[in-house]
Design a protein around this ligand. Sequence first.
Ligand SMILES: NC(=O)C1=CN([C@@H]2O[C@H](COP(=O)(O)OP(=O)(O)OC[C@H]3O[C@@H](n4cnc5c(N)ncnc54)[C@H](OP(=O)(O)O)[C@@H]3O)[C@@H](O)[C@H]2O)C=CC1
Ligand SMILES: CC(=O)N[C@@H](CCC(=O)OP(=O)(O)O)C(=O)O
Length: 344
Amino acid sequence: MQKIKVGIVGGTGYTGVELLRLLAVHPQVELVAITSRGEAGMPVADMFPSLRGYVSLPFVDPAQVDLGQCDVVFFATPNGVAMQQTRALLDKGVRVIDLAADFRIQDIAVWEKWYGMTHACPDLVSEAVYGLPEQNRAQIRGARLIANPGCYPTAVQLGFMPLLEAGVIDSAYLIADTKSGVSGAGRKAEVHSLFAEAGDNFKAYGVAGHRHLPEISQGLARMHGDAVGLTFVPHLTPLIRGIHATLYARLTGQVDLQALFEARYADERFVDVLPKGMHPETRSVRGSNQCRIAVHQPQGGDTVVVLSVIDNLVKGAAGQAVQNMNIMFDLDESSGLNVVPLLP
Ligand SMILES: NC(=O)C1=CN([C@@H]2O[C@H](COP(=O)(O)OP(=O)(O)OC[C@H]3O[C@@H](n4cnc5c(N)ncnc54)[C@H](OP(=O)(O)O)[C@@H]3O)[C@@H](O)[C@H]2O)C=CC1
Ligand SMILES: CC(=O)N[C@@H](CCC(=O)OP(=O)(O)O)C(=O)O
């Protein structure tokens, strides 16, 4: 079988280098172009010595490279970049997976409000498939354009999905209390990401409103079949990788929660429902595409608590993007993703 020719726009960022880590050893992939505006000409492995022996290409200038030679292009770029280039790539028969949010929200006015820019190609948003395989596998298979979910949205949606699909909770009052490692903010220099600011510190942010709120609400509404009421509070923790979501909802009847979750995810390679009573740790998924979930009903009351952990750079970004590529190209869904999490 001919290898899939892959291009990556934004190869110097954290999700870009995570894509490289996974794709460099993917048996059905040939990397053909990795872009950087500032580092064009520099061998990728000079910037990232972890890739020495795995990636021999130099970075290329995104303004100069012909991405039309690729079968699929990943955009690991800030919001607003992919939407400028996607139409031209699709017209050339290139499939696109955007790790940013350009195609995630179907209501363009909502997207423009939260992202503070005018959308360059609203018509393509309705074509884009939201790349949460556990929800949308069939549509991903035929897609030309994938909106890869955000990191918090992945952890939160996978945690609430069995409950909303089964209709066993009060959908008007959902709470997602989430914590992220600092790599979630990307590799760009920012004061709040400095070691002396983020280390030995812990804080909430975006309580009044975070741009992942409309994305999560849209996804949960699809599962429920109607709008949901959600309070979403992100926190920054002194981790490098990892998201821990603690989700709360009110049960509306008697249900065997453990059996419900186990049945919903029985065939999902990348969602692991832990045995009753366990508490997932972020380090149990570090470096892997796994989401680990535990469901609790404290004191047998009517509140359900779901604990959901992912690695923000893998299941929350690059790994899920590779999972989507595998589905789009009819490969084994776990190809290139059979990575055991890293301990300690
Ligand atoms: N970090 C995370 O955990 C997650 C991130 N995401 C999303 O993925 C995307 C990438 O995130 P992340 O890797 O963290 O970001 P980084 O800030 O670490 O990297 C951004 C990359 O984009 C490139 N870039 C910036 N502007 C442009 C441009 N105008 N044209 C072409 N390339 C550009 C940069 O390369 P250079 O300057 O060298 O050209 C760099 O490689 C973002 O949209 C982010 O929201 C999604 C889920 C999780
Ligand atoms: C810790 C941290 O700063 N996290 C980022 C979200 C991660 C991200 O990159 O957002 P997308 O998934 O939408 O691409 C934030 O809160 O803005």
